[in-house]
Ligand binder design. Structure first.
Ligand SMILES: Cc1cc2nc3c(=O)[nH]c(=O)nc-3n(C[C@H](O)[C@H](O)[C@H](O)COP(=O)(O)OP(=O)(O)OC[C@H]3O[C@@H](n4cnc5c(N)ncnc54)[C@H](O)[C@@H]3O)c2cc1C
Length: 327
């Protein structure tokens, strides 16, 4: 009878940018696979986008009642329990790749400058809201809102407000539903047939029947702000028309969170697709040198916590295989 040796390899350091569901899941799995993950998070705590959403997340099988905020807390707790190394308030200064799977990453954490040598880098920085081509994002006033959660904060009553929500995916429908429920009269403008999940579209049917909400085809082409209202030039495939509303809520989808990193990405010669998302292979590799992506940054995944958790685990497995091959 032969005995079999157990796995005995030196743990490799892997840096993960972003401490949301994807980054934490990736770190946890890398640790399970015998490596040393380090999460670098730009915010003051981990948990990612779910940490800002105080409502039930019904999209994770087996956890029907958990809220997104509770989920974010559980992810944070697991970082502690699993003894994952996490640095917060991180600003990435440079990433240098001398040869495949040899990186030097320079960063500040809480204003202290430092460097890490690592064998792989994972981007799990999530996404941020996309602006309209016809809007100068910096010029957006209080009357035109871009933050997908903005309508939930500050002014909680929208009684009598004439609201225009622009977009056809889940977030546009969530916002329209919330606004009607807090007293607004809402026009939801979709550029083409709505893409929101069927169960989310079903939630607004009663609002259409009660006359509080109309769903129209059209996209804004320009905005003219008056003192307390906005005139919006709209067009669909057949005609142009004008809407005057009290507030516009842009819910136009998302673009990668790569703020301040364009020079770094350029130097690493990483490629993007036409929508500005990383061009990845089917296993989450961004290039053959040892750079990977997971979570919302992977445009081919469903944009949800459950797929981000799965994507993080999948990328960890890919890294493990690549590192073993490069040994
Ligand atoms: C309004 C709204 C409602 C949603 N509702 C649901 C829902 O009900 N159910 C559901 O399953 N999903 C929902 N989602 C989607 C879900 O939140 C995302 O799919 C999920 O959070 C993606 O995880 P992630 O780890 O890829 O990114 P994120 O959760 O966005 O985490 C990214 C992390 O990276 C950090 N980061 C960003 N830039 C840097 C940088 N340069 N360096 C270091 N760190 C950085 C961020 O601070 C953040 O902590 C919702 C999203 C939105 C916007």
């Amino acid at each position: 009878m032969q005995t079999v040796p157990l796995l005995d390899h030196t743990p490799e350091t892997v840096v993960i940018l972003g401490g949301g569901p994807a980054g934490i899941s990736c770190a946890l799995w890398l640790k399970n696979l015998g490596h040393h993950p380090i999460i670098l998070e730009s915010g003051s705590e981990t948990g990612g986008t779910p940490g800002q959403i105080d409502r039930p997340n019904r999209w994770i099988a087996g956890m029907p009642e958990i809220t997104s905020i509770d989920l974010a807390k559980k992810l944070q707790e697991q970082c502690t329990v699993s003894d994952l190394q996490v640095l917060t308030e991180v600003n990435i200064l440079s990433i240098r790749c001398d040869e495949p799977h040899h990186f030097k990453l320079s960063y500040t954490s809480s204003d202290e400058k430092s460097e890490i040598n690592c064998s792989a880098v994972v981007f799990a920085t999530g996404v941020r809201p996309r602006a309209l081509d016809c809007t100068d994002q910096k010029a957006l006033s209080d009357l035109i809102e871009l933050d997908p959660l903005g309508h939930l904060t500050g002014r909680s009553s929208h009684v009598g407000e004439r609201s225009l929500v622009v977009g056809g995916a889940d977030n546009a429908f969530f916002t329209a539903n919330d606004l009607v429920n807090s007293g607004a009269n809402v026009t939801l403008a979709c550029r083409s047939l709505p893409k929101a999940q069927s169960s989310i579209q079903a939630q607004i049917k009663s609002h259409i029947e009660s006359g509080k909400l109309q769903v129209i085809l059209g996209a804004p082409t320009s905005f003219r702000e008056k003192e307390t209202s906005v005139e919006v030039e709209m067009s669909d495939s057949a005609e142009s028309f004008t809407l005057e509303v009290d507030k516009v809520y842009l819910r136009l989808g998302f673009t990668p969170s790569f703020e301040g990193m364009s020079e770094i990405l350029e130097k690493l010669e990483l490629t993007m697709d036409q929508q500005g998302f990383p061009q990845l292979d089917s296993d989450g590799r961004w290039c053959s040198q040892g750079i990977y992506c997971c979570g919302d940054l992977n445009r081919h995944e469903v944009s949800a916590v459950v797929s981000s958790l799965a994507g993080g685990a999948r990328v960890a497995k890919t890294i493990e295989q690549d590192l073993r091959r490069s040994e």
